[in-house]
Design a protein around this ligand. Structure first.
Ligand code: SF4
Ligand code: SF4
Ligand code: SF4
Ligand code: FES
Length: 947
C-alpha cells in the first residue's frame, strides 16, 4: 500500500459546450473553453510551478510563480488566471521563466524558517517542492532582513495549529473558507509586508471557524497543520473509505503509519463530497481508539452483577443458549433484534437474516424507525420508491431551494456548503422551521422567505402552500396530466382548494403570516427548478408520513420531480440510515422493501436461505418494549444502537429493557443500553472492517479496513458466529460475498458488486441491467409506481397539547460538533465546543420565568423531568424551547412522549409540551440515573471521559 496522492490541476475543471485546441510546449491539447493554461498543462503531464493555485479554488494570480510565455503576446502571463485559447502556442519552460520563478522563490524563502528537516510538513510542503522545482539553492538577499519569523502560533483549535511564521500569504486558506466551506471566517488583514491571515479579531477557537479543515487542506505550507501530523509525523500509506458519521457519506483517505491513523483527508473523487468535509469526519475520529473501547466479550447473569470478561466462544454460546432457553419457555416470537444505521449494509443484512432465519420470526426493527421511517412510507405511497429522488450535485441546477425541518449547516455540513455555493450563485431560498437556523442569514446567503412555523403544524403549512398553487392557477397541468393519477389528483385538488386550507385560515395554527406563505408558494411554483430538502423536523411528528406525502403532492402538482435541480430529498441523519432500511431491517419487509407476506418474494428468500420464513410482520421497537412489560418478549439482540438513550420516553424504554431476561448488546462502548444487558459483544469501528454504506442520495460507497478489529472480529463475523451457535450457520469469507447475496435477492441492487464499486468509486441504486452504473435521478419520464399518486393530507393536530401546566413546546435537534447520542463525538475533542446539552429559550420566556443565561433550569413534561443550563437565544420564537440529546445525563428523552407517527410509529420527538423553571438541583431521574449507571457499568459518563 502506498500514499494516494491525487493530481492537483491547479484550477477547477470547466464545463462548456465548445472546446479549444492549442499547443503547450509543442504538444497539442483540446480542452473545454475556459480551461486555464495551468490545468491544460497538467492534463498533458506538464507541471507548471505554482503556490497560490489549487484545483479546489478559483484562480487568484497572486504568487507569480506560474508564469508562461505565449507566442505573439507580450509579457509573461500567469497560467492559472489565463484561459487557453484556440491556436495558442504556450511555453512553460524557458530560461527567462526559470529566472523569474527563481527570483519569486528567493523572496518567499528569505522570509521563511529554514527548519525543513524538523518541520511537520517535511515531504508534504509545496513551498519546499517549488524551491526544488525552480532549482533554488541559495538566497541572494540573505535571511537577516525584515521578516515574519517571530510571528506567533495559534494553537487554540483542538485539531490544527496556525504557525504564522510559515505563512506565505497566498490566501488559499481564506479562499477555501469562502469558496469551499462558505463560512468566511478568515481574511487577509493589513497590506503589503504587514499583510497576514486573520480569523476575525480573535483566535481560531473563538472565531466564526467551524473547523471543517478546508483551510488546512488548502495550505501549501506547514502554517495550517493537523496536530496529529505534528505529533506523529507524515503518513506513509492510505486507504480510501467512507465517513461513519452523517448521511452525506463523505469519502476520505485514511492516511496511516502502520496500523495507526495519522489523519483523515477528504477524497477529491468522492462523489458526495468532492474533497470537502466537516469537523466530525475530518477530525473527530479519535473515539475509534478511545480507552473506553471494550475489546473483550463479557457476560453476567444479572444486570447488577459486575461484567465478567470471557472468550468469544463462551460469550457467543452463552447468548445462543439464553435465546434458545427463552424461546423454549416463552415461544418462538419471544426474542428479536435491532439493526444499526451505523453499521454496514452487509452487517445489517446479516442481522435481519439471522433474526428471520435463525430466530425464526420477523421481530427485527431498526433505529431508522425513530427517524426516517415516514420518508419510506410517504415517498413509496406517492412516488413508488422509499428514498430521495436526486443526487447532491442536482442542487447545482436548482433555482429555488426549500428547506423544511432540517438544519444542514449543523447536521449535513458538507452538503450545506455545496448548497450555499449554489445560493451565492443566485438560487432562491425558502426555509420553514420553528427555529432561526443559520441558513436564514449567513455570510452572502439570506433566505427569501423564512416561515417560522409552530412545531406540529407542518401539514397545515404544506397544505396552505398547495392551496395557493391550486387556487392561483399554478398547477403544472401538462405534467400532472401526463404523469399522475387523474382520479387521486382531482380528489386532492378539491380537498386542497377548500378555504380551510388557505394561508389565511391556517395562519393562526402555524403562526406563519399568510402573505409570506403565499409569496413563498408562488416562488416555489414559478421560480424555475424547485427542490425540497428536509430532515427530522418533517418526519418526527404524529403526522410525519402525512407531511412527506404533502411535500410529494406539492412537488408533483408543480412538476418538480424527475429531472436535475428538483425533487424531494430527505437529509438522512446517520451514515447508513438509507442502507439499514434498504437491507430489510423493518419487521414487514425484506431487502428492497418487499413485504414479507408476498409469497413469491418469500419463497425466493426461502430457497436461497434454505429455511421456512414467517409470512406475518414481526414487532416494531415500541411494541417490543410493550410486549416485554407484558411478559411475552424476553430476549433482544441490539447491534450498534443505543435505544436506552435515543428512543423516546426513557422511563418506558428502560422498564421494557429491565423486564427482559437476556439482552445482547454489540457496541464499541458500554453504552446506556448495556446497563440492562447480560451479554456484551465488542463491536468494530468503521476503520476496522470492509463493507458498504448507503448515503442520503442512495449512493453505495465502500468502507475499507484500515486497521485490524480491536476485539479480533468485525461485526459481520460476530453475527455469523451467533447465528451458527443458534443452529443456522453462515459461511461468508468476506463481506463481498454478503453483497453478492444481497444483489442476488434484491432487484434494486442486482448490479452491485465490490468489483463495480472499486471500478466506479460508488453507485446509486437502483443499479441493475437497466441502469448498470446506477441511477442519480429517480422518476425520469415516469414514476417508479407508474402514475404519481396524490394523497389527501388532512391536518390533524397532535394530541400533545400545551396547557397552563405545560405552556411551552420543546423541540430537539443536533448541532455541528455533536453526533446524535454522545457515544462517538463525546469521546473526542469536539466537547470543547459543547460539553453539555443546553436549553435554548427565547428572552421573553426567560424573563417571564426569572431565568438568566447559564442558570440551571428544570425542564418538565407529562413524561418526566430533567435539569439543564439555559441559553437565552433569539433563534427561538416565544413559546418554543430547544435542546440536543447528546449527553445521557441531560435526559432529553426522559421528557419526550410516546406519541408517534400514525403510519410508522416514528416518535414525535419534535413536539413536547413542557414547563421550564429555575432550579438549583438535578432532577430525581438524573440522580437515579447516575446511581444506576454506577451500579451497572464500570465506566464514567463519556463526556467526563473525553480526551
Ligand atoms: S477550518 Fe473551515 S471554517 Fe475554519 S477557518 Fe478553516 S476553512 Fe474556515
Ligand atoms: S496559512 Fe497557508 S494557505 Fe493561508 S495564506 Fe498562509 S500559507 Fe497560504
Ligand atoms: S458531512 Fe457528514 S459524512 Fe461528511 S465528513 Fe461531516 S459527518 Fe462525515
Ligand atoms: S499559481 Fe498562478 S499566480 Fe500563483
Amino acid at each position: 500500500m502506498s500514499l494516494i496522492k491525487e493530481t492537483d490541476y491547479g484550477t477547477p475543471a470547466r464545463i462548456a459546450n465548445i472546446t479549444v485546441t492549442a499547443e503547450i510546449d509543442g504538444q497539442p491539447i483540446t480542452v473545454p473553453a475556459g480551461t486555464s493554461i495551468m490545468r491544460a498543462s497538467q492534463m498533458l503531464g506538464v507541471k507548471v510551478p505554482k503556490l497560490c493555485a489549487t484545483d479546489s479554488l478559483e484562480p487568484f494570480g497572486s504568487c507569480r510563480l506560474c508564469l508562461v510565455e505565449i507566442d505573439g503576446r507580450k509579457g509573461t502571463p500567469a497560467s492559472c488566471t489565463t484561459p487557453l485559447e484556440a491556436g495558442m502556442k504556450v511555453r512553460t519552460q524557458t530560461p527567462k521563466l526559470a529566472k523569474l520563478r527563481k527570483g519569486v522563490m528567493e523572496l518567499y524563502i528569505s522570509d521563511h524558517p529554514l527548519d525543513c528537516l524538523t518541520c511537520a510538513a517535511n515531504g508534504d510542503c509545496e513551498l519546499q517542492d517549488m524551491a526544488g522545482a525552480v532549482g533554488l539553492r541559495d538566497v541572494r538577499y540573505g535571511y537577516a532582513g525584515e521578516n515574519h519569523l517571530d510571528a506567533g502560533k495559534d494553537e487554540s483549535n483542538p485539531y490544527f495549529t496556525f504557525d504564522a511564521s510559515k505563512c506565505i500569504v497566498c490566501s488559499r486558506c481564506v479562499r477555501a473558507c469562502e469558496e469551499v466551506q462558505g463560512t468566511f471566517a478568515l481574511t487577509i488583514a493589513g497590506r503589503g509586508f504587514a499583510s497576514k491571515v486573520a480569523s476575525g479579531n480573535t483566535n481560531f477557537l473563538e472565531s466564526e471557524c467551524v473547523s471543517c479543515g478546508a483551510c488546512v487542506q488548502a495550505c501549501p505550507t506547514a502554517t495550517l497543520t493537523e496536530k496529529t501530523v505534528i505529533e506523529k509525523g507524515q503518513p506513509e500509506h492510505s486507504v480510501i473509505t467512507t465517513c461513519a458519521y452523517c448521511g452525506v457519506g463523505c469519502s476520505f483517505k485514511a492516511e496511516m503509519q502502520g496500523t495507526e491513523i495519522v489523519r483523515m483527508v477528504p477524497y477529491k473523487d468522492g462523489k458526495a463530497n468532492h474533497g470537502h468535509s466537516c469537523v466530525k469526519g475530518r477530525f473527530a475520529w479519535g473515539y475509534a481508539t478511545h480507552k473506553d473501547r471494550i475489546t473483550k466479550p463479557m457476560i453476567r447473569a444479572k444486570t447488577t452483577d459486575p461484567w465478567r470478561e470471557v472468550s468469544w466462544d463462551e460469550a457467543i454460546s452463552y447468548a445462543a443458549s439464553e435465546f434458545k432457553r427463552i424461546q423454549a419457555k416463552y415461544g418462538l416470537d419471544s426474542i428479536g433484534g435491532i439493526t444499526s444505521s451505523r453499521c454496514t449494509n452487509e452487517e445489517t443484512f446479516l442481522v435481519q437474516k439471522m433474526i428471520r432465519a435463525a430466530f425464526g420470526n420477523n421481530n427485527v426493527d431498526t433505529c431508522a424507525r425513530v427517524c426516517h421511517s415516514p420518508t419510506g412510507y410517504g415517498l413509496r405511497t406517492t412516488l413508488g420508491t422509499s428514498a430521495g429522488t436526486q443526487d447532491f450535485d442536482s442542487v447545482d441546477e436548482a433555482d429555488v431551494i426549500m428547506i423544511i425541518g432540517a438544519n444542514p449547516t449543523d447536521a449535513h455540513p458538507v452538503f450545506a456548503s455545496h448548497m450555499k455555493r449554489r445560493l451565492r450563485e443566485g438560487a432562491h431560498l425558502i426555509i420553514a422551521d420553528p427555529r432561526r437556523i443559520d441558513l436564514v442569514k449567513t455570510p452572502h446567503v439570506e433566505a427569501d422567505y423564512f416561515l417560522p412555523l409552530l412545531p406540529g403544524t407542518n401539514v397545515a403549512l404544506i397544505n396552505a402552500m398547495a392551496h395557493v398553487v391550486v387556487t392561483e392557477g399554478l398547477v403544472n397541468e401538462a405534467y400532472v396530466a401526463e404523469r399522475c393519477d387523474k382520479a387521486t389528483f382531482e380528489t386532492w385538488r378539491k380537498f386542497i382548494a377548500e378555504e380551510r386550507n388557505s394561508p389565511e385560515a391556517t395562519e393562526a395554527m402555524t403562526g406563519v403570516p399568510a402573505a409570506d406563505l403565499r409569496a413563498a408558494a408562488r416562488l416555489y411554483a414559478t421560480g424555475g427548478n424547485a427542490a425540497i430538502y428536509y430532515g427530522l423536523g418533517v418526519t418526527e411528528h404524529s403526522q410525519g408520513s402525512t407531511m412527506v406525502m404533502g411535500m410529494a403532492n406539492l412537488a408533483m402538482a408543480t412538476g418538480n420531480i424527475g429531472r436535475l435541480g428538483v425533487g424531494i430529498n430527505p437529509l438522512r441523519g446517520q451514515n447508513n440510515v438509507q442502507g439499514s432500511c434498504d437491507m430489510g431491517s423493518f419487521p414487514h419487509e425484506f431487502s428492497g422493501y418487499r413485504h414479507v407476506s408476498d409469497d413469491a418474494v418469500r419463497q425466493m428468500f426461502e430457497e436461497v436461505w434454505k429455511v421456512t420464513l414467517q409470512a406475518e410482520p414481526g414487532l416494531r421497537i415500541p411494541n417490543m418494549f410493550d410486549a416485554a412489560i407484558e411478559g411475552s418478549f424476553m430476549g433482544l439482540y441490539v447491534q450498534g444502537e443505543d435505544i436506552a438513550q435515543s428512543d423516546p420516553n426513557t422511563q418506558h424504554v428502560t422498564a421494557g429493557l429491565s423486564a427482559m431476561e437476556c439482552i445482547v448488546v454489540q457496541d464499541l462502548f458500554l453504552n446506556e443500553t448495556s446497563m440492562y444487558a447480560h451479554v456484551f459483544l465488542p463491536g468494530s469501528s468503521f476503520l476496522e472492517k470492509d463493507g458498504t454504506f448507503t448515503n442520503a442520495e442512495r449512493r453505495i460507497s465502500r468502507v475499507r479496513k484500515a486497521i485490524p478489529p480491536m476485539a479480533g472480529l468485525a461485526d459481520w463475523e460476530t453475527t455469523a458466529a451467533l447465528s451458527k451457535a443458534l443452529g443456522y450457520p453462515m459461511d461468508y469469507k468476506h463481506p463481498s460475498e454478503i453483497m453478492d447475496e444481497i444483489a442476488r435477492l434484491t432487484p434494486t441492487f442486482a448490479g452491485v458488486s465490490y468489483a463495480k464499486l472499486d471500478e466506479l468509486g460508488s453507485v446509486q441504486w437502483p443499479c441493475n441491467d437497466k441502469a448498470p452504473e446506477g441511477t442519480p435521478t429517480m422518476h425520469i419520464g415516469k414514476f417508479v409506481r407508474g402514475l404519481g399518486q396524490f394523497i389527501v393530507t388532512e391536518f390533524i393536530p397532535t394530541d400533545e397539547r400545551t396547557s397552563a401546566r405545560f405552556p411551552l413546546i420543546l423541540t430537539t435537534g443536533r448541532i455541528l460538533s455533536q453526533y446524535n447520542v454522545g457515544a462517538q463525538t463525546a469521546r473526542t475533542s469536539n466537547v470543547v465546543w459543547h460539553n453539555e446539552d443546553v436549553l435554548e429559550i427565547h428572552p421573553l420566556d426567560a424573563e417571564n420565568r426569572g431565568i438568566r443565561e447559564g442558570d440551571l433550569v428544570s425542564l418538565a413534561s407529562r413524561s418526566g423531568e430533567t435539569a439543564l443550563r439555559a441559553m437565552i437565544s433569539e433563534r427561538m420564537q416565544p413559546g418554543v424551547v430547544y435542546t440536543t440529546f447528546h449527553h445521557m445525563k441531560s435526559g432529553t428523552n426522559v421528557i419526550t412522549t410516546e406519541y408517534s407517527d400514525w403510519a410508522t410509529n416514528c416518535p414525535e420527538y419534535k413536539v413536547t409540551a413542557v414547563q421550564v423553571r429555575p432550579t438549583n438541583r438535578q432532577s430525581e431521574w438524573q440522580e437515579h440515573y447516575l446511581e444506576t449507571r454506577r451500579a451497572t457499568t464500570r465506566v464514567a459518563d463519556p463526556a467526563d471521559a473525553a480526551e
